[in-house]
Write a protein of this length. Structure first.
Lengths: 197, 154
């Protein structure tokens, strides 16, 4: 049997074949879990948020209007839930990560030593932690754009559809976010300069 | 194309979202401008660096089952009450259509019974019969001419 498109499944669900929703969950659960985890860095929160998002999506399926693809619509709901989560979380904690200064220096040494050709960039686990912390500490508007562009491979046009923001704004945010990350990495170096991004 | 415009478009360019003339202009600019070329390289490097930080998390095998257990499967079902309501609506529509048909046919009957209708029908019949007689006269003349002609020849 030919695989049904997301939109066809939705049409059938709205006609009463609600069991088909399981197919949509199976299609997107892993991609969505990864996105949520990269936002929260907490397995329990990822599971709870994932459940909350899929239930919310089901309860609002009748509002889906085919203007955007289902995945874009799903991500719109998911990203909004993640942003809400971050806002609530920020009220209680300052930073998700605990890293010491030595780790920050180590990542720079490691990166500076490399020739920086794409093939040579292999990050150690502790270096990844420092970079993740940098992303987590970005202002919300940049963090979301960075996660969707760099982690999830969404294009600026798709991010603009997900966030319902003009594409030009997304381009500017991505450019600004890259500069913030770059200066953070450089500032972490003793006097700056050795890390060439 | 100036540097600011190119820099703002580099993420879209790398994502393959820019086409046609704009793409050509950016590529021409990148050949000449080292600053923008460096910006593009930085984005490429950042992409590889950050991609390496991305965590792949899989949902548990029972996740979809849990979701299905927690949603209202009747939410998009047409309820019996709604079905009866729909049937009621169809019934009302049928009755309305019947009433309209009855009114139309009785109006036609009233028209037929009226003296105006009778005189209209009479006039039409007289006109048609007059026309038939006219035609009959024409055919009669043609026949006479034809037979006459034949007689002459014989």
């Amino acid at each position: 049997m030919e695989k049904l498109k997301d939109e066809e499944i939705i049409a059938l669900i709205l006609k009463g074949k609600t069991q088909l929703y399981a197919e949509l969950v199976l299609r997107y659960q892993n991609k969505l879990f990864s996105t949520i985890y990269n936002y929260t860095h907490d397995f329990e929160e990822t599971r709870d948020l994932g459940q909350e998002i899929f239930i919310k999506v089901y309860n609002n399926l009748h509002k889906y209007n085919n203007k955007a693809s289902f995945s874009t619509w799903l991500y719109r709901i998911a990203v909004n839930s993640c942003i809400d989560w971050t806002r609530k979380k920020r009220l209680t904690t300052v930073s998700t990560f605990e890293t010491d200064e030595n780790e920050e220096i180590a990542i720079l040494e490691h990166i500076s030593d490399s020739t920086f050709s794409p093939e040579d960039i292999l990050l150690k686990e502790e270096h990844k932690t420092v970079l993740k912390e940098m992303i987590m500490d970005l202002p919300e508007i940049y963090k979301t754009a960075v996660i969707l562009y760099y982690y999830e491979d969404f294009s600026p046009r798709e991010i603009s559809d997900i966030l319902n923001i003009p594409k030009k704004t997304i381009d500017s945010r991505l450019y600004r976010a890259k500069d913030i990350l770059k200066s953070k990495i450089i500032n972490m170096e003793y006097g700056g300069g050795a890390f060439e991004l | 194309m100036n540097c600011n415009r190119v820099k703002d478009s580099l993420h879209s360019y790398l994502a393959g979202e820019i086409e046609g003339l704009e793409k050509l202009l950016i590529e021409e600019h990148l050949k000449k401008c080292n600053v923008c070329k460096e910006e593009l390289d930085q984005i490429k490097t950042m992409k590889i660096l950050l991609k390496g930080c991305r965590e792949n998390v899989l949902a548990s095998q029972s996740f979809a089952i849990k979701i299905m257990a927690n949603i209202d499967l009747e939410r998009y079902h047409i309820s019996q009450k709604k079905a009866v309501y729909n049937l009621k609506n169809i019934g009302v529509s049928l009755v309305c259509a019947g009433i309209m048909l009855f009114m139309l046919s009785s109006n036609l009957q009233v028209f037929m019974d009226s003296p105006k209708a009778m005189s209209f029908i009479d006039k039409s019949v007289i006109q048609i019969s007059g026309r038939i007689m006219e035609l009959d006269g024409i055919t009669g003349r043609i026949e006479n001419k034809l037979y006459g002609g034949l007689k002459d020849e014989l």
